[in-house]
Design a protein around this ligand. Structure first.
Ligand code: GTP
Ligand code: MG
Length: 344
């Protein structure tokens, strides 16, 4: 009887997913600050850093200074090993926050010390902690690749991704260079701003698609079907306006992917999130979804959600998350910025 009750309670908890996003290191905290400023319905935001100064200007629901003994609040100076130690030192404090979350986004810019070492160590510890947990959880790593000019940081980033793949359900990789290229080669600070906004939108978009009522709802099971044990993922974003806005936005999102996917025909699934003004029709949304279905390999799972946003009159925004892909960068460490052509 008691066991039944416990089980029901666990299942009830799982059917109302709670989402948490944890930013680690400078870039991770900047991204969380962006989401905090924008607001996110149904998600809790945590920032962790070894750098007390940076943490003090970060915005989050909770800020945790990690590795106080190891780093004395001064950062890791670019050493991932130190970031790993710092996370390990403070893991109990971080764990007090994650207990009730079903979906965890762990977010960092790869290439420095705190983010690189910290995200891998956190992923490893979460994997161990949740391994035999009766409540299904989803741990999604979200990481940026260093800019091309940061050559010395590429090796550490690549090593971190290899490990993240082992410990996370999905690792969404955003190539800072590719994003900058798409945004029109901006000055460094502005490029970072675009990166933070894009990644922030991804976290906010996925969270709100499953926590708040939408035109077409996605639930936790949908998300799990696409993201559980799914390896690497690439996201793409696109905007469209007026006649055919959803279709145009879909096409752009498929073209403007933020990671060089090696072979799209091997993709495991795709999640599409469409938002548009009150003028957006269900038919338009379905056409957008069908377009992506036609484009993806026949066996891949395609799920979509849609939301009306009154601020988007006459416009549509589309985000696609393609999971189970390979990246040329990981094999060769060279980045490709080539365009992808639609097959029609
Ligand atoms: N998207 C994005 N990337 C950033 C930002 N700041 C830095 N980066 C990238 O992220 C990498 C890591 O930088 P940080 O996050 O500042 O480093 P950290 O993890 O704090 O590491 P330490 O300062 O060495 O402890 C850099 O090499 C950049 O490529 C940011 O605000 N947004
Ligand atoms: Mg730092």
């Amino acid at each position: 009887m008691r066991a039944d009750q416990e089980k029901l309670e666990q299942l009830a908890a799982a059917s109302k997913p709670s989402v948490m996003a944890i930013g680690i290191g400078g870039a991770g905290c900047n991204i969380i600050s962006w989401v905090k400023q924008e607001g996110v319905a149904g998600g809790r935001l945590i920032s962790v850093n070894t750098d007390a100064n940076h943490l003090s200007i970060s915005e989050a629901d909770r800020r945790i200074l990690i590795g106080e003994k190891t780093c004395k609040g001064l950062g890791c100076g670019g050493y991932p090993k130190v970031g790993e130690q710092a996370m390990n030192e403070s893991i109990k404090e971080v764990f007090t926050e994650v207990e009730n979350s079903n979906i965890l986004f762990i977010v960092a810019g790869l290439g420095g010390g705190t983010g690189t070492g910290g995200i891998v160590e956190l992923a490893r510890q979460l994997h161990k902690k949740f391994e035999n947990d009766p409540v299904p959880r989803l741990v999604v790593g979200v990481a940026t690749l260093p800019f091309q000019i940061e050559t010395a940081r590429m090796g550490a980033a690549k090593a971190a991704i290899t490990q993240l793949k082992q410990y996370c359900d999905t690792v969404v990789i955003i190539d800072n260079d590719r994003l900058n290229h798409l945004a029109g080669n901006l000055p460094f600070q502005e490029a970072l701003g675009v990166a933070n906004t894009t990644i922030g939108k991804f976290v906010k978009g996925v969270t709100e698609t499953i926590t708040s009522a939408s035109l077409i709802n996605l639930d936790y099971a949908d998300l799990r079907a696409i993201m559980h044990d799914a390896g690497l993922a690439s996201i793409g974003i696109g905007q469209g306006k007026d006649e055919g806005k959803v279709e145009h936005a879909v096409e752009r999102a498929l073209n403007e992917r933020l990671l060089d996917v090696e072979d799209i025909t091997k993709a495991r699934g795709v999640l599409i999130h469409i938002s548009g003004g009150e003028d957006m029709t269900l038919e338009e949304v379905h056409r957008g979804g069908e377009l992506i279905k036609r484009y993806m390999p026949p066996k891949s799972k395609v799920i979509w959600g849609a939301k009306v946003d009154p601020n988007l009159k006459g416009r549509a925004n589309v985000m696609v998350v393609i999971t189970g892909v390979d990246s040329a960068f990981l094999k060769t460490q060279k980045k490709k910025l080539g365009r992808f052509k639609l097959p029609w």
